[in-house]
Design a binder for this molecule. Structure first.
Ligand code: NAD
Length: 261
């Protein structure tokens, strides 16, 4: 229960990696605010499951991470209802795949807003309270695409590279305040999002499920295994611990060796 007495906000935590972060923080005793879109009943089930399983408080905010005013309101609500935002995990993210000359302008703007600017707005809103309390942990989910590129993902790769730069800048600014700022860069993680892509890719390329997984999805991942959401969340919990007090400004890969190549 290393995070008992702390409160955390996890953006984009109604599914996948974000939900795993929220559950992992709660398992360590932290109160959490979850955020994201989805079926209202399903979200409520996950929220109340966190409370009953881990004996912590869990709130839900439907704030749209593309809207700076909603982000500021969400952080204020967490501070008011949970007493503080000691831990901020910027995780909400979206993707679109298209050649650069066909990439829709509004999709570019939305990906930059959700995957990059949202982290800036959330950090800006949460930092004054962290400074006052003299303790804070900021973790953002970047991606292997913060370090290397893939074709047809111009907005996503740009946003994730930007997130790595924002992480380093904020880390330097906050280093004297006992607030760390790091990002985690996963390779391919097994999430519902990834799982849902398999049938379409099988159809489009005439491949078996195993071929899609090994030869398409995990082509660049030397271990030929997906990262799990629990593995990513475990690193975030470690970054929130006192043992990680001197880790700041880092971009930590969890990518089965992808970016070592
Ligand atoms: P996911 O689709 O399961 O989760 C994304 C979450 O973000 C959901 O809760 C969704 O509701 C929320 N979200 C989307 N747009 C939002 C908005 N405008 N406002 C608020 N919430 C919003 O995907 P995931 O795979 O768990 O991805 C989470 C993060 O991890 C993303 O930043 C993604 O880029 C990153 N990532 C994922 C992988 C992977 O292989 N799955 C790899 C590297 C990085």
């Amino acid at each position: 229960m290393s995070l008992r007495g702390k409160s955390g906000v996890v953006t984009g935590s109604t599914s996948g990696i974000g939900l795993a972060y929220a559950r992992a923080l709660a398992a360590e005793g932290a109160d959490v605010l979850i955020n994201g879109f989805g079926d209202a009943q399903e979200i409520e089930r996950e929220r109340s499951r966190i409370e009953s399983e881990f004996g912590v408080r869990a709130l839900y905010s439907p704030a749209d991470m593309a809207e700076p005013a909603e982000i500021a309101r969400m952080i204020a609500e967490a501070e008011q209802s949970l007493g503080a935002v000691d831990i901020l995990i910027n995780n909400a993210g979206i993707q679109h795949v298209a050649p650069v000359e066909d990439f829709p302008d509004e999709t570019w703007d939305r990906i930059l807003a959700v995957n990059l600017s949202a982290a800036f707005h959330a950090i800006k809103a949460a930092v004054p309270g962290m400074k006052r309390r003299g303790w804070g942990r900021i973790v953002s989910t970047a991606s292997a695409h913060s370090l290397v590129a893939s074709p047809f993902k111009s907005a996503y790769v740009t946003a994730k590279h930007g997130l790595a730069g924002l992480t380093k800048t904020v880390a330097l600014e906050l280093a004297p305040h006992k607030i760390t700022c790091n990002c985690i860069s996963p390779g391919y993680v097994w999430t519902p999002l990834v799982e849902r892509q398999i049938p379409d890719t099988m159809k489009a390329r005439g491949l078996t499920q195993e071929q899609v997984i090994k030869d398409v999805m995990l082509l660049a991942q030397p271990t030929k295994e997906f990262v799990t959401v629990e593995q990513v969340a475990a690193l975030a919990v470690f970054l929130c611990s006192d043992a990680a007090a001197q880790i700041t400004g880092a971009n930590l890969s969890v990518d089965g060796g992808w970016t070592a190549a």
